[in-house]
Design a protein around this ligand. Structure first.
Ligand SMILES: [Zn+2]
Length: 211
């Protein structure tokens, strides 16, 4: 997908962020730097881990993945969702790229938190879909606004990205912050029966660009 309209300076929202820590990070997917970031004036949950491949350079267009923490998928390899596969694809692709970022936000369950997410699973077992379950627990379908990831990219003076995503909200959030989407790179896990309904809800109710 190509984006066209550049934002005028007056409409660009600058998100203040703070870097908490930075260290070397060798991994199976390559050599990264690892950083901790927080939203300045944010709550304790407004934090993100950032893996950086290559040397930040305002004149280059990095490959970027914004990933929301999913303990059940990322750590326990759940088949209820596609998070772990997406994370592995992102680690592989960013790891192989010359310049890239994986921004891993503390937004379990699209922002509702881990315990509420487990309650939402309970509701889903009774036949409620992933969006309706959040609503029944008193939350919006999706609480994420991607301010912190946008602020982190601004911190590194990133002006345009190739974004690994199926989520139009993420594209819009970055463009609002003056970061051009030079290309949307689809990120699609192999189909699994266990998450077929979850993915069709993402597509139909959250507008994700899935095939
Ligand atoms: Zn997940």
């Amino acid at each position: 997908m190509k984006s066209s309209k550049p934002h005028s300076l007056s409409t660009i929202q600058l998100i203040p962020v703070e870097k908490v820590a930075e260290a070397d990070f060798p991994s199976r997917y390559g050599q990264f730097r690892i950083c901790g970031f927080r939203l300045a004036n944010g709550s304790a949950q407004d934090t993100a881990v950032v893996l950086i491949k290559g040397e930040p350079d305002p004149d280059k267009v990095p490959l970027v993945r914004i990933h929301s923490q999913c303990l059940t998928g990322d750590v326990f390899a759940s088949l209820r969702c596609d998070c772990r596969e997406q994370l592995e694809i992102a680690l592989e692709q960013v790891g192989m790229s010359e310049y890239g970022f994986i921004i891993y936000e503390d937004k379990e369950g699209r922002g509702i938190g881990l315990m509420s997410k487990l309650k939402a699973y309970e509701l889903q077992d009774e036949g409620v879909d992933t969006v309706e379950a959040n609503v029944r627990l008193g939350y919006d379908a999706d609480l994420r606004d991607y301010a912190l990831p946008a602020g982190i990219l601004q911190y590194y003076k990133v002006r345009a990205v190739r974004l690994l995503s199926n989520n139009p909200d993420k594209l819009r959030a970055l463009e609002t912050c003056g970061i051009k989407i030079e290309e949307r790179v689809p990120i699609q896990a192999v189909p699994e029966q266990a998450r077929a309904r979850y993915l069709s809800t993402k597509k139909e109710k959250l507008g994700h660009l899935l095939q």
